[in-house]
Design a protein around this ligand. Structure first.
Ligand code: PAF
Length: 285
C-alpha cells in the first residue's frame, strides 16, 4: 500500500491509474479505524479496481469546545489494518497542505437547509467543515465513487447534496452501520466511554428500535419523539435530540411519509453519541 502525504504525489499516482483505465473508490476518514471503517473499505474494494483511503482529522468540523485536541490518532495501527485489507493508497495530508492559508481564509462549501438542523443546530459550522473538506478531498483524489457510513446519516445526505449541487461526477454510496453485539453503533468516540457509560450506551439503539416499532404500529411522530426522549433520560442519557424525519431530506415527517428515519444524539457522561434507524412504512416498493 502506498502512503502519500503530498497532494502533487497523490495526483501523479491517480493519473497513472486513470491512464490505465482503472476505476477509483475513495473512503475519507479521520482515522482511529474500527470495523465500521473497514466495512467501507471492503465495499470500496467491491466497487472499483483501486481503493484510496484518507486519514485527516479535519479541524474545520470541530467546534471550539469539542474534542479536536484529544481525538484519537492511531496512524500506525490504521496503516496496518488498511494494508491487510488490500487498500491501494493511504493519503495522510497535513493541515498545512489542506488549508495552506489557514482556516479563516479558506473558501467554504455550505449546503443550506440540510446542514442547519439536528446535529447542525447543535454543532454550528460542523457541516460547513465537513462539506468543505470532503469537497477538497474529492478534488484532490477525483474518485469515481466515494463511500460513507450510514451511521452519520445527516452527513451522508449533506455530502450527497453537495456532490449533486456542485455537479461533481462522483457516485456516493452509503454503507450500513456496523454494530457491537449489544447494538451500539461503532464509533471512534466509543473509546471515550468509561465501563459504566459503555454499559448503558446500547440504550440509544434500543430507544431507536422501540421508536421504529411504535411508528410501524401507527403512533404519530411527535409521540414517538416524546417517548424516545423519555426513554433516553430514564436510561441515564442527556438527550440532544430524538427526531422522526423524512429520510430523503430530513424534513419534518408527516402522516403520509413512508420512508422515514429516526435520528438521535445524546450525551452519556461527556461523550456525545449519535445513531439512527430507518423506518419504511407500508406501501413502498
Ligand atoms: O465521517 C468522518 O470521519 C468525517 O466527517 C469525514 C467524512 C472524513 C470528513 O472529515
Amino acid at each position: 500500500m502506498l502512503v502519500i502525504d503530498e497532494i502533487g504525489a497523490l495526483r501523479r499516482q491517480v493519473a497513472r491509474w486513470r491512464a490505465a483505465g482503472e476505476r477509483l473508490a475513495f473512503v475519507p476518514t479521520m482515522g482511529n479505524l474500527h470495523e465500521g471503517h473497514l466495512a467501507l473499505v471492503r465495499a470500496a474494494r467491491a466497487n472499483a479496481q483501486r481503493v484510496l483511503v484518507s486519514i485527516f482529522v479535519n479541524p474545520m468540523q470541530f467546534g471550539p469546545r469539542e474534542d479536536l485536541a484529544t481525538y484519537p490518532r492511531t496512524l500506525e495501527q490504521d496503516r496496518q489494518a488498511l494494508a491487510q485489507l488490500g487498500a491501494d493508497l493511504l493519503f495522510v495530508p497535513s493541515a498545512a497542505a489542506v488549508y495552506p492559508r489557514g482556516l479563516a481564509e479558506q473558501t467554504r462549501v455550505e449546503v443550506p437547509g440540510l446542514s442547519d438542523t439536528l446535529c447542525g443546530a447543535s454543532r454550528p459550522g460542523h457541516f460547513v467543515g465537513v462539506a468543505t473538506v470532503v469537497c477538497k478531498l474529492f478534488n484532490m483524489v477525483q474518485p469515481d465513487v466515494a463511500l460513507f457510513g450510514e451511521k452519520d446519516f445527516q452527513q451522508l445526505l449533506v455530502i450527497g447534496r453537495m456532490t449533486e449541487d456542485l455537479s461533481l461526477p462522483i457516485e456516493i454510496i452509503g454503507v450500513a452501520t456496523v454494530r457491537e453485539p449489544d447494538g451500539l453503533a461503532m464509533s471512534s468516540r466509543n473509546g471515550y466511554l468509561t465501563a459504566d457509560e459503555r454499559a448503558l450506551a446500547p440504550a440509544l439503539y434500543q430507544a431507536l428500535r422501540r421508536g421504529a416499532d411504535a411508528l410501524l404500529d401507527g403512533d404519530p411522530p411527535h409521540e414517538v419523539e416524546r417517548g424516545g426522549l423519555a426513554a433516553l433520560r430514564a436510561a441515564g442519557f442527556k438527550p440532544d435530540y430524538f427526531a422522526v424525519r423524512r429520510a430523503e431530506d430530513l424534513a419534518e415527517a408527516s402522516g403520509e411519509d413512508r420512508d422515514l428515519v429516526i435520528l438521535a444524539a445524546a450525551f452519556v457522561g461527556g461523550t456525545r453519541l449519535i445513531d439512527n434507524y430507518r423506518v419504511r412504512r407500508g406501501g413502498l416498493d
